[in-house]
Design a protein around this ligand. Structure first.
Ligand SMILES: NC(=O)c1ccc[n+]([C@@H]2O[C@H](COP(=O)([O-])OP(=O)(O)OC[C@H]3O[C@@H](n4cnc5c(N)ncnc54)[C@H](O)[C@@H]3O)[C@@H](O)[C@H]2O)c1
Length: 262
């Protein structure tokens, strides 16, 4: 029996894309799944499809979601903090206004912090532990050409996941950070020419990300790298930062020359 079988699982942003794939896969693994999304119709459709429970709502205020999920599941064993937004703020991301930064920080970082704040004390108190899975991005290990808010908040999401693992890992809280490059979802579609150029050849299906997540959970691995090549880029970034930055600048130049912005 796998680690998700019989578990009470919450997936945020599960009305479509990677979250939907995680919810479907969780149900296939035998989990009882709560499907959260800002889009209530999509949340209900996915919940109906997998025999789960829809609890729509904005994940930036997750206390109500956690309470309702505990009522529905008895206990939240696994929380997939998956909902995220791009928030490039237009082609010139340096000029993204404060309200865009605020919203991206709220969804991509503070939602995870608030959910962990609600769940971890419960997991420690009943002694059964829990599992917190953050959908970050390869942008959180490397950077993302084009979007400062996305790069910064995804680094923060990885940092928070690392901190949780360091602080509570020995007390029964398992943490994972999912860090894909391009995945064929609405988010990639909405990113337009730039992301199409960057991920045309390597974009994965959301189901492949869910498969990588389940494998990492079964193996007890923190880092989930659906694109294995990211491990190599990450190693170069750490061991020869100057070389890595020079390569990224060349990539940026190529993007500029291709006129892929907008
Ligand atoms: N698609 C990619 O290329 C890619 C790559 C790396 C990481 N990611 C990350 O994967 C996660 C899922 O992205 P996706 O590609 O499936 O995107 P998507 O836009 O297709 O789906 C995201 C879902 O989250 C929901 N959502 C957004 N804000 C919410 C909120 N405040 N509360 C509740 N639900 C909310 C949306 O309604 C949507 O259904 C995100 O964190 C994203 O940053 C995506």
């Amino acid at each position: 029996m796998g680690a998700l079988a019989g578990r009470g699982v919450v997936v945020t942003g599960a009305g479509r894309g990677i979250g939907r794939a995680l919810a479907v896969r969780g149900a296939q693994e035998g989990a009882r799944v709560v499907v959260n999304d800002l889009d209530a119709d999509n949340a209900r459709a996915v919940a109906d499809e997998i025999g789960g429970t829809a609890i729509p709502g904005d994940v930036t205020a997750p206390d109500a979601l956690v309470d309702a999920a505990i009522e529905a599941l008895g206990r939240v064993d696994v929380f997939f903090a998956n909902a995220g937004i791009d928030g490039s703020g237009g082609p010139d991301s340096l000029q993204a206004p404060d309200d865009v930064w605020d919203r991206v920080i709220d969804v991509n970082v503070m939602a995870h912090v608030r959910a962990a704040r609600a769940l971890v004390p419960r997991w420690l108190a009943d002694g059964q532990g829990g599992r917190f899975v953050v959908t970050a991005s390869a942008a959180g290990l490397l950077t993302m050409i084009g979007s400062a808010p996305y790069s910064v908040t995804k680094h923060a999401a990885v940092a928070f996941a690392e901190w949780l693992s360091v602080t509570y890992g020995a007390r029964g809280v398992d943490v994972h950070a999912i860090c894909p490059q391009g995945v064929k979802t609405q988010m990639l579609e909405d990113a337009g020419g730039l992301q199409a150029l960057l991920s045309r050849d390597s974009a994965l299906e959301p189901e492949q990300v869910a498969e990588a997540a389940v494998q990492a959970i079964e193996e007890g691995r923190f880092l989930v790298l659906p694109h294995p090549e990211v491990a190599g880029y990450y190693a170069v970034r750490a061991s020869d930062t100057e070389k890595w930055l020079a390569g990224m600048r060349r990539l940026q130049q190529k993007v500029d020359e291709a006129g892929a912005w907008g």
